[in-house]
Design a protein around this ligand. Structure first.
Ligand code: FES
Length: 166
């Protein structure tokens, strides 16, 4: 996924020709001239739709992770702990997304001037905390997905059994 700091139109970072021809002072003085992405740059906007889809997937993953603790009554297995770790790490990645940060509060200049401003300010803060380590969350969640997949594969093929701890 594209990694773009909030408030900076992707064209600025990726080098829209018109912007590169302007002096830094002129670029900084004319943010209101930004009218959204044009031409191929509109594909940058697809990122936010992947985020929306990912949030739906996260709801299913949380549901499955919780269900893993109730195979037949409450129980804790290596697999349930692995599923829980996996969904926590994936949540750290998903809910630190730049698009979510922008959605939460990145496009607001004055929180006390908008409805739900305090909630948006707090949301922006927490998404920013996760966003500050976005690459960390990306790597650890990548390996946790891989680990959970391998574990399930080994379980299904009968190579291992899910050790019950409680
Ligand atoms: S910036 Fe959205 S997932 Fe990385």
């Amino acid at each position: 996924m594209l990694l773009l700091p909030q408030g900076v139109p992707p064209g600025v970072l990726l080098g829209s020709p018109e912007l590169l021809q302007q002096s830094p002072t002129a670029r900084a003085a004319e943010p209101e001239n930004y009218n959204g992405e044009r031409n191929l740059w509109v594909f940058n906007n697809i990122h936010r739709y992947f985020l929306y889809a990912s949030i739906i997937v996260m709801a299913f993953l949380w549901y499955e992770a919780i269900r893993a603790f109730f195979p037949d009554g409450f129980g804790i297995t290596i697999g349930s702990l692995l599923f829980l770790l996996n969904v926590v790490l994936l949540s750290g990645y998903t809910f630190g997304c730049h698009s979510l940060r922008h959605l939460a509060g990145g496009r607001t200049d004055c929180y006390s001037c908008v409805r739900g401003g305090n909630l948006r300010r707090k949301s922006f803060h927490w998404v920013s905390v996760l966003n500050g380590r976005h690459m960390f969350w990306a790597w650890v969640s990548l390996f946790s997905v891989w680990g959970a997949d391998v574990y399930v594969r080994l379980l299904l093929s009968g190579v291992i059994t899910d050790l019950r701890l409680v």
